[in-house]
Design a protein around this ligand. Structure first.
Ligand code: PEP
Ligand code: MG
Length: 324
């Protein structure tokens, strides 16, 4: 079976009715790039930049970040590489910048942290813009956006980083920008944000946690934590329809994208690309190549009318058994 999956690497992720579904990788280290590419990734949909911040004992310097980002962009060029800006806070606390909060997952996380500490954010943005110079395959992804004002502030700092680099005579290239939809408020703001950015990426891990008010890391509530919950799938449907109304593509980079049942539903919901851990690429590609998008759409429509995630899961697994 694993040989079969490996031989799939060079085949396109395309349904029987010829709909292409680009499959991208989620990685967190530049060294993971070549392996992910060898496993058939058509780019990086989510590069978690926080790992290099979490590993060190001090804040990384701009030059080190530039080298890291340049390495991963180079290993995929001309394929797109999506670098997510720092997503610390929640359960990922920088050892050298401790935060004390009663509810860290509702606290200074993701973009809130970056806007709170603009000097750190600017170092990261400067490294990203310089890494993109002459390559042009960078996409910047902004996590935990909950208001249009946060997005505007982040875009303002990006423009400032670019101005500063130009003034210093350093090579920099403007990237595409995407917003993560992982806070419920963002689901309702896609239309308002669409003209400001190039794309959206749904983070189903946090979106599930926040829509259902269930801690994603608490095993005591692992049963109610369910990304197949109809409310989560309905949120995905709403994001896709609002983004497509503005001709902006939607990627999904949460764990749901790497789950065969989830991938089939997301195909049916009209998502444009899926990003997952490289080890899951082969199995998801196999599923995509065995089905028709038209059938997946009917499957998703039927699923959305069901009362809970268990029923949806049973329904989708019956279809997976049929097509495999
Ligand atoms: C998500 O929330 O779905 C996501 C992809 O980001 P992370 O898992 O890093 O929070
Ligand atoms: Mg997240």
């Amino acid at each position: 079976r694993s040989r079969q999956l490996l031989s799939l690497c060079d085949l396109p992720a395309e349904t029987l009715d010829r709909v292409r579904m680009p499959l991208l990788a989620n990685i967190g280290f530049a060294a993971d790039g070549p392996g992910a590419r060898a496993m058939g990734a058509e780019g990086v949909g989510l590069y978690r930049t926080e790992y290099s911040f979490l590993l060190g004992e001090t804040l990384p310097v701009e030059e080190a970040l530039l080298q890291e980002y340049r390495e991963v962009l180079t290993s995929f060029a001309p394929l797109p590489v999506t670098l997510r800006t720092l997503d610390v806070g929640g359960d990922k606390v920088l050892p050298y910048l401790p935060l004390r909060e009663d509810n860290p997952f509702l606290g200074c996380r993701g973009i809130r942290f970056s806007l709170d500490q603009p000097e750190i954010f600017l170092i990261q943005l400067r490294a990203m813009l310089q890494a993109n110079a002459g390559l042009g395959n960078l996409r910047i992804l902004v996590p935990m956006i909950a208001t249009v004002g946060e997005l505007d502030e982040a875009l303002g700092l990006l423009a400032r980083a670019e101005r500063e680099l130009v003034a210093e005579g350093l090579a920099a290239q403007r990237p595409q920008v995407a917003v993560m939809v992982e806070v419920p408020a963002a689901v309702f703001l896609v239309g308002a944000m669409a003209d400001r950015v190039d794309a959206f990426s749904i983070g189903t891990n946090d979106l599930t946690q926040y829509i259902l008010a269930v801690d994603r890391n608490n095993i005591q509530v692992s049963t109610p934590y369910d990304s197949l919950h109809p409310a989560v799938l309905d949120a995905v449907r709403n994001v896709v329809s609002a983004a497509h109304r503005h001709a902006k593509p939607v990627n999904v980079c949460g764990e749901l994208a790497g789950d065969p049942a989830g991938a089939l539903l997301l195909l049916g919901l009209g998502v444009d690309s899926l990003s997952m851990s490289p080890a899951l690429l082969g199995e998801v590609k196999r599923v995509i190549r065995c089905c028709k998008q038209a059938d997946a759409r009917r499957l998703a429509e039927a699923g959305l009318a069901m009362a809970d995630g268990f029923a949806i899961s049973r329904h989708v697994h019956a279809e997976l058994d049929r097509i495999k």
